[in-house]
Write a protein that binds this ligand. Structure first.
Ligand code: 3PG
Length: 216
């Protein structure tokens, strides 16, 4: 299965900012225990590359990607650390083209139909819809999606346990993503059991959303 299909199958991508790369291995374990073998480690700290490397070394079965990738330089760093997918908050054609050349899965951020069209012109149809809730949430995406057939979205920004099911029930949603499962506070306090609990609750929510959708 390719990386984007695997992410779609999981239905949820935990967005993680790791200040201390010593946390990477335990965090991987906590997410795996919760049934979520996946993480997007953001380039918002200087040790993102090292954290990616350490999570994969400790948990080789995990699907680890890089987030907040703003430059080709960061994309290169992420991929050499072992990242299997690259996520950006916006559309950077240099990053996209580099990833396509390398055969690395890339998920650009889009906020408008024009940005979605540009990404689609590069053959990309799985797009990060960011910042989802602040842009107008489901009503905004419902308004633009009929005009962009084939596009699938990963809404991010303002998604949490309370609204993820509603998002996941929409037919054009590939997965949801967000930072609520692994907050900086939980990481700082060593709240790995709570991270496991939030991960397994999110997995349950994915199952609930998809069962209901299938039953319709
Ligand atoms: C991201 O980088 O993907 C977003 O900042 C995550 O948004 P959230 O913190 O609202 O989940």
């Amino acid at each position: 299965m390719d990386v984007l299909s695997a992410l779609g199958g999981l239905g949820i991508i935990p967005v993680v900012k790791i200040e201390d790369s010593n946390d990477a291995a335990r965090l991987g374990e906590a997410l795996m225990k919760g049934g979520l073998p996946c993480a997007e480690i953001t380039f918002r700290t200087h040790n993102a590359g090292e954290s990616i490397q350490r999570m994969i070394a400790a948990r080789p079965g995990m699907l680890v990607g890089a987030g907040t990738v703003l430059s080709v330089e960061q994309a290169k760093q992420a991929v050499s650390a072992g990242a299997r997918f690259i996520v950006s908050p916006g559309l950077n054609l240099l990053v996209i083209d580099w990833c396509l050349e390398q055969g690395v899965s890339v998920i650009p951020g889009i906020a408008t139909p024009s940005e979605a069209m540009l990404a689609m012109s590069r053959g990309l149809n799985v797009l990060k819809f960011f910042p989802a809730e602040a842009l107008g949430g489901i009503s905004y995406l419902n308004a633009i999606s009929p005009a962009l057939p084939g596009a699938r979205y990963i809404p991010t920004g303002g998604i949490g346990a309370e609204n993820m099911i509603t998002w996941l029930k929409l037919p054009y949603i590939h997965a949801v993503a967000g930072s609520w499962l692994v907050t900086s506070k939980l990481l700082k306090e060593g709240g790995f059991d709570e991270i496991t609990r939030l991960a397994s609750q999110a997995v349950e929510n994915v199952n609930t959303a998809r069962q209901k959708t299938e039953a319709r």
